[in-house]
Structure formats: C-alpha cells, structure tokens
Design a protein around this ligand. Sequence first.
Ligand SMILES: O=P(O)(O)OC[C@H]1O[C@H](O[C@H]2O[C@H](CO)[C@@H](O)[C@H](O)[C@H]2O)[C@H](O)[C@@H](O)[C@@H]1O
Length: 376
Amino acid sequence: MDVKSSQASPVLADPTPVNKSRLGVHSSLLPSFSTSLSAVPRKKPGKLDDVRSNGWLDAMISSSPPRKKAVKDFNSLSDEADIPYLSWMIRYPSALNSFQLIMDVARNRKLVIFLDYDGTLSPIVDDPDQAFMSGEMRLAVKSVASHFPTAIISGRSRDKVYELVGLTELYYAGSHGMDIMFPAKNTVCRDELNCVKGTDMEGKEANLFQPASEFLPMINEVYNSLVEITKDIKGSKVENHKFCVSVHYRNVDENSWAVIAQFVHDILKEHPRLRLTHGRKVLEVRPVIEWDKGKAVEFLLKSLGFSNHRDVLPIYIGDDRTDEDAFKVLRKAYRGYGILVSAAPKESNAFFSLKDPSEVQYFLESLVKKVQQDDE
Ligand SMILES: O=P(O)(O)OC[C@H]1O[C@H](O[C@H]2O[C@H](CO)[C@@H](O)[C@H](O)[C@H]2O)[C@H](O)[C@@H](O)[C@@H]1O
C-alpha cells in the first residue's frame, strides 16, 4: 500500500552534506595496557602493538556512545548537555519532525521498510541474550509489515533474530545479510548460484540466499578457537552467527581490550579470507566476500520486485557502523532514506535520525496511522 499525501514534493532532498571524518580518540588518550595481561589467558596474544597501530583500539573505544535515558519529549531544548546533540540534529534532522516531508516524498510510491534489530528495535543491554524487544514494539513492527513490505537485516544469525522478533509477516536477513530468506512465490532469486529452495517458519516454500555458504566450516573453526582463547578474559563473549562471529567486549575491563583485539587480529592473520568489522562494543569476524547490509538491501529490493527507483521509497533504520553500508546504498542517487538511531552525535550516511528505539516505535506507529487515515 502506498502512502498518500496532500502535498506534492517529489524531490528526495539531501538535508545535510556528509562529513566523512571519523570520530576517533587520539592514541595519547588511551590507557596503558601494560598491566592487562595478568587478567588473561593461557595462550598469549601476538604483539599488542598491532592493534594499537592499525586503529582497531581507537575504533573500539568510539564504537558505542554511552547509553542515555530515553527522552520522552523529543522537542525539549531544556537540557544544556544536549546542545552538541541538538546542533548535530541540524545535519541529521529528526525523522519524527521531518515526518510530513518524508510522507510527501513517499506520495504515490511504495514504501519498503528495512529494520536493524539491536539498538533499533531493542535497546542496547549488557547481555546480548537479554536483548528483547517490547510487546509494543513487536506490535508496531507487525502493523507496519501488514501495510508495507518489511525486512529485518541483522548481524545476528537469521534463526536467532527470528526467535527474538517472532513475527512471520517479515523477511529476515541474518549474518549481516549473508543469509536471506524470502518467499518463493512471486519472487525471483537474482543469484541462482547462491540460492537454494527451502521452507520458511510456516512451512511455506522459500528462497534461501547464502552467498558465503562455503565459509561455514571456517567460521565454525574460528568460533571454536575464539571461544577457547578468550575464555579467561572476564566479561568477553563470543557468538556464532553462522556466517560471522561476534566477539563482545562491552563487559570486559578496558585494560584488556587490547588483548582481546590482538587475539582476533592473530586469528585473522591465520585466516586471510576473513575480515573484521566493528559494531557496538563488538568485533565481528566475517568472510572477505563483497557482501554487506547494503548489498542485502539491493538484493531484496530486486528479488521482491521493488527495484524501480521512481515507484519505490526504501527506508532503512539502523544504529551501528554495519548499517552505514545500507545508508550509503540509499543515499546513492537519492534512492531512499537512511535513518540513524543515535542518542549521541556521530557521522553517518543516513539522512535523518531518531534518538532511541522508543522513537523508532513512534515513527513506525506514525507510518501506520498515516496509511490508515489515507484509507478512510
Ligand atoms: O545488526 P544488529 O541486529 O544490530 O546486530 C548487531 C550486533 O548486535 C548484538 O550486539 C549488540 O547488542 C547487544 C545487546 O544489546 C549488546 O550487548 C552488544 O554490545 C551490541 O554489540 C549481537 O549480540 C551481535 O552479535 C550483533 O552482531
């Protein structure tokens, strides 16, 4: 169903120039790591210099802004500490305040919604196994999916994210888009080589696109090695997401971050066909194949028959660095809108911003309300 609007404004305007500079922390501000090894392991990591000089530590430190309390009144200007955030919002306007503008651009076009999971639909919490979405958020996502094609694209395994979301109305892409399931009926799989037929959670015929399937044994092996070598680092956690592995350091003493990074660095040195990406207080090991959340968005749009730029307006909502690939794809040729979920200023390829998952929920509910009003 399309969103209708009374005002015509077909131009997909770019409200902000993108500053590509990175928010880094100078290495002179880093803590000393000389005492960290006592906390750690039987197997020794390689020289810790690697991860200091290659920028990993800077990236790790800036990888997740401190969590703030949800702000109920998103128009409030009262908190002086929020001035940097408010000036950042001039470049990344609130998708709530810009809602009418987005609806004007969506006029006579089909909205297709892409959602990240952690930090977008569920708040960031210390334990990844406790990252649940609220019942209200589930209802909002379900309602959106009943009006617009909606996909979840997560770094988690597809099974895990489905278990957390629990809705059959959506398309699911796990492992940063390296594991995509979509119905076989009325769709085309654009890459026959990497597509197999399967059945979805309801037993219906589905296409399964897995461009990294040859990496499965390697990922399992690396997962086992990472579990073993990090087991004495207090607070570390390694997750197997089928086509990628997550190494969490959110709960690790900052003095041991260099050690955990160096272990991952050493593993990657032994496996040149794997690479690293940074998430929120997590190091993610994945195949070197040219595939990411941006490619997954393009793939789904094509496979589901939504590749015509003039008829379709894709919106992608996400909060971390891996979502930037999707924002870039949408920004290219003013194809659609990326919406960054962030309570702190950060550089992004997104057009708009939302402060936290509660604002995401409100935005999704507003989409549903708008389409219901138009149908009346
Ligand atoms: O692509 P996403 O759906 O956003 O998944 C990215 C990673 O999310 C999870 O980790 C993040 O959320 C955790 C729970 O709030 C938090 O504890 C952690 O620090 C975050 O990095 C997930 O556990 C990772 O495996 C995903 O890659």
